[in-house]
Design a protein around this ligand. Structure first.
Ligand code: ZN
Ligand code: ZN
Length: 94
């Protein structure tokens, strides 16, 4: 526990019991594992969902920033309000 270079891992690699990326895929497609099920395993894993959530989050932040910048516009096109530069305030138009 905590020792660097665990003898167990190196032993497995030396004997080749663990499927290598250049070994034939265990699914029997004849392709190498790195060209076959490794991609599928990565694509179907939680990593894809996390990437999607991050993209959606960035999109929401972009929308919020855009709305905030519009709201902070000093002269919004209100329905019944007209900006008066001389008075420095809005006039209510009936
Ligand atoms: Zn495969
Ligand atoms: Zn006024």
């Amino acid at each position: 526990m905590g020792a660097t270079g665990a003898p167990g891992a190196s032993d497995i690699m030396r004997r080749g019991e663990k499927a290598g990326r250049n070994d034939p895929c265990p699914c029997g497609s004849g392709e190498k594992y790195k060209r076959c099920c490794e991609k599928k395993a990565r694509g179907a894993g939680p990593g894809g969902a996390i990437t999607l959530i991050v993209l959606v989050g960035v999109l929401i932040v972009a929308i919020v920033v855009a709305i905030t910048s519009i709201t902070q516009d000093p002269a919004p096109t209100g329905s019944r309000r007209v900006w008066s530069p001389e008075h420095g305030h809005y006039h209510n138009v009936p």
